[in-house]
Design a protein around this ligand. Sequence first.
Ligand code: UDX
Length: 437
Amino acid sequence: MKIAIVGTGYVGLVSGACFAEMGTDVTCVDIDKAKIESLRQGIIPIYEPGLDELVRRNVRDGRLHFTTSLEEVINDVEAVFSAVGTPPDDDGSADLTAVKAVARTFGRHIDRQAILVTKSTVPVGTSEIIRGIINEELDRRGVNVDFELASNPEFLKEGAAIKDFMSPDRVVIGVDGPRSREVMERLYRPFLLQNFRVMFMDIPSAEMAKYAANAMLATRISFINDIANLCELTGADVSQVRRAIGADTRIGNKFLYPGCGYGGSCFPKDVQALIRTGEQLGYPMRVIQAVEAVNDEQKHIPFRKLRKALGRLEGRRIALWGLAFKPETDDMRLAPSLTLIEDLLGDGATVCVFDPVAMDECRRRLSDKVDYATDMYAACIDADALCVLTEWKQFRLPSWPAVARLMNGETVIDGRNIYSPDDLAAAGLKVHAIGRP
Ligand code: UDX
């Protein structure tokens, strides 16, 4: 089976490499010439554990190809996947420019029966826009080609993308006819044979499922953050509360970790897009609006805690461990670290940062606005306080006596609740966690 995947971002590249690994012949397409050239040489533009090896192996074995021209391969494949970006517009709704461009190219060049599968996260109803564009192009050419659409939203998490793709909780596939169903069934046969749940449904439901899933997960995070903040005011410990409520099988214990708010490319963007869809259809999504508001506030919590512990921060030096929005990625999009750095600089503090993989990304974004440490301990030299915002494994069990010796103060903000206050107290440090006394 042969497919093409347009867009070599996170979703496109991971899906392409994984489908190839499962035996499908995959051509990944991107308009970025430099990116395609490096990919051909096995240079991966993103940090994702295991991805470079997977790409190199499948390129070597001849199952994974890269090109800048969809036209070249379009009539040689059974399905074209659209995995291009849908970044937020100025008003937060998903920008469909790239999705529409793929539909246009598809309509302009298909000469034989084909299906166009949308993997990008797109608002409900987008498939009808895509269908309109393709028909317009076919009419313009005066040809009649039988095409069908499918929607196959991706639920993978950064940092665990390959595992998520290869062992999914479920695969959601929206189809609009027997041919698209047949093609998608064949493509996902290896998953069906392994008994992973592959669910077929109509396209609008598949499109909505992606947003509803991310909104539900974001809701759990904002909910537990809200509870955590109230715990602080009442003397309760959110870690105990989380254990207690998570033991109810209806609630479950996953995705209930309080912190400094969710970041990344998906939750903030999808939550906003869902709010906009609701507004456009005259149905305000009140729960989701609150989820977003709580999250925006939560990102300022580490700064507030620092202010409370140290007073004005002018002239103070703050060490920051963790820049990426979560471990195992260099992605800093809407990361809580960016909010904290902005708050700190605004108050006149200097910031010395360390992250195991996101240092280059940080330099690209902030250049010399902050100081860059060569390792986690070096970041602490002369610091009045240390803030930990990403739960990287290497941050979990530091030598606190070493940290205390290097620092100029005693305050540690544990933005992920990963430390035992007793361990820090033994080294003369004082920890301020989220939702814990
Ligand atoms: C998410 C979804 O999990 C995935 O299914 C979807 O396809 C894309 O969006 P991702 O953004 O890669 O994936 O990261 P995820 O691991 O879900 O974490 C998102 C954010 O939530 C992070 O900032 C993380 O720190 C935060 N989070 C997560 C919490 O604050 N508490 C939790 O309990 C879980």
